[in-house]
Ligand binder design. Sequence first.
Ligand SMILES: [Zn+2]
Length: 157
Amino acid sequence: MEQMRPSRAPKELRDIILEFSTERKCSRYAITIRWPGGKYTCARCLGRDVWKLKSRDLVECRTCGKQTTITAGTSLHQSHVSLQQWIFSAYLMTHHQALSQADFKRIVGISSDMTLWRMKSIVRTVMAAPNEVVFTARYASREAAFRDVLRKLLSPN
Ligand SMILES: [Zn+2]
């Protein structure tokens, strides 16, 4: 029955929503970008076992207890906005560039114009392009542009 009622939603949007459906999934994605091979490596003891702590952004070495912020040294360091909101913002900026400011805030779940302005400014800075249209045009697909924005946002500067 499912196949007889094709959804009008783009498949890739459903995929993105599922892939980043929880803050935990977003953190795991960030870890795969942040540490080579997606394996956290402790800067103190080179241990590769990690506890994900309650705090959205903090991982702790199971061996020596050293705590590391996933976003330390990245453009998202000390951001009060969730990783999921950053990721969805990057998605919208590479896929839905004509979106109004009001719709953008509603979809991402941000109430402040200033917060959104700052977020877009940070994303445009890592894009190193005058705007997201120019940036996205450099890639073979919007998906590729989106993934590269995430890589730039989540990698240490
Ligand atoms: Zn350690």
